[in-house]
Every structure is written in structure tokens, then in C-alpha cells.
Design a protein around this ligand. Sequence first.
Ligand code: ABU
Length: 351
Amino acid sequence: MPSTALPSVQADNEWSQLRAVIVGRAANSCFPSEPPHMIKATMPEQYHEKFQPKSRFPQDVLHKADAELDQLVNVLAQEGIKVYRPNNVDWYEVGGYTGSMPRDGLVAVGNTIIEAPFSWRSRRCEVDLAYGNILAELAKEGPLTIVRAPKILDADTIYNGIENHEKEKEPVWAINNSRPAFDAADFMRFGKVLIGQYSNVTNHKGVEYLRACVPDGYTVEMLEVDDPHAMHIDATILPLKRGLLVYNPLRTSETALRRHSVLQDWDLRAYPFVPKMRDDPPLFMTSEWLCMNVLSISESKVIVEEKDVEFAEWVKQFGIQPIPLPLQHVNSIGGSFHCATVDLVRHDVSV
Ligand code: ABU
């Protein structure tokens, strides 16, 4: 008798009906301890001095962030979506960053889930510690391929020659190309095509490595992005539904997007407003463009941050219902709804 059970991982776009998802946890998150040149390249200038080794985010921000994530879980469950939660980890003890940004470390491509070979030293154990239990559960629930990142056994070389050159010449990116590195949030899925960006955490070897990991029939293309601070593509492009993409016109252009044949006949919309930077709670780690960092739960429903009223009103013209929820304290420690989740199963996958 053929099984009617859902596959535990089956997703290759950002918009079709969501069935299963990981939602992160904020407790014990710390400012990531990375070299000053990386912080300078990727973080808002006014908060650079906060990025010291063993430095916790404010406790009240973390408590409120976890309450926001719990509320998100309840709303997703009410929509009939299966939710997986990470382990509680003491990031202070292990010298890590967070369990609230699973999008950076994992990406589902069809029936395969791929772990990012992080460039950041502070994130090297993140997937094992926070999401290891989920990967084991997914493997029990159904056949899937899990691609774990290569372990770095010797000294890491990713910053060699970059840290020391900081004073002489601004590096193009904050990492070199000595080993594969990418963050999964530097890629968006459009069916059989993934579109990504090179960034301060994603290098050429990382992209070649990802190309080798995706299942047969999938390809990885790189978007031309004009952003020296680039780190994660999910506040630069947003495929809202099949055929409709919103982009940040300060970072990319319609010309660059049209070079990708999968987008040839899409409606490409520059977001017409300039979002405002929020400082209460502070956006320690992101730009003001987080309003684009939404989670689509279907082609007609999208979860948006409740303060991003302008964005919520704007998407209604496309027949999309915004679901406003609070996430400002999660925003404060690194991202919004897209960053804080990993979609595992979406209906209507092009496999
Ligand atoms: N991690 C998402 C943030 C991207 C941005 O601020 O542009």
C-alpha cells in the first residue's frame, strides 16, 4: 500500500503552501565573536563595539524575542503547519551566537537538506547543537538526504591575509576563498533554480560546493548585487509568489534580475519606499530593509512584522493577505521571519 505520509523534507521554493517548518529559539544568544574586520564589513556601525567575545544580548530582548517566536509557533500551528523547535543551547558557554536564525545554517532543496559550511568561527557548532535533534527526527520520519558540512579539522584559513590587510586596503569581502563557505540565507529557491549572492560570508568555493550538493536537476545561479556589506540575500530579493518578485533597488536592479531565465517573465517590483531604521529595540545586526524578510505561508498569505505597516499595505495590491505579528526583539538579534525559520515541506514542489 503506498504511503500517504508527508515527506519530512520537500521544498524548493519560497512561496507555495507551507506544511512543515523550523522556528528558532533566542534564549542565551550572544553577540557573535568574529574579527573586527568582519564586524565592520557586516554590522551597523553604531553597534560595532558591542561585538566583544562572550558578550550577551540584553536579557529582556531575549525574553521578548522568545515570546515572539512562541507566538509565531502558535499561529503556524493554527494554520495546520507542523513546527519543529531547536534544542536549548547555552551559547555563552560554547562561544556561539544563536539558535534563532536557522535560515542561515540549513536549506531544503527538494528532498535534501543541506547544512551551510559557515564562514564564522562562532557558528561552526550551531547546526549540531541546535538542530541536530531535528535532523535526526526528520531522518526517522521519512527518506531524505542530509548533507552535513565538512568538518574543519586543522586551523581555519578563511580569514588568513584578510584581517592583516584591513589597515592597508579595504578587502572586497571579509573572507578569502581558501575553503568553501556559505550561509544558506545567501540563496533563494525558485523551483529547479537557486539564485544567490556572493557576500562577506559566501565565497566562490562555497558556491561550487553548494552546486555539488544540490540534487540532480537543480542549478545555482549568482545574482549581481551592489552591496559591500552583503550578508544574506533575504532583504534584497523576495519572491512573494510564483511570478512576482520584490527587490531592494539600492542593492540590485531589474536588469540584473532579468539575466536569470527563470525570472524572464516575472513581474519584478522595486520596493518603492525606503524603510526606517528602528532603534528600540536596536537593530544590532541588520539593516532597515528587514521589512522584506517575510515568511510566505502560501501564495496569498505572508507573515510580516507588525510595525512594517507600509509594507503590509503595499503587498495587498497583489492579492496577498499580510498577517502582522510582533518580531522586533528577534529583529534586534539578527533577522525577521525568513531568517528565524526554515521551511521543510511546501506543497507543489517541482521535482
Ligand atoms: N539576515 C538578514 C539581514 C539582511 C539585511 O539586513 O540586509
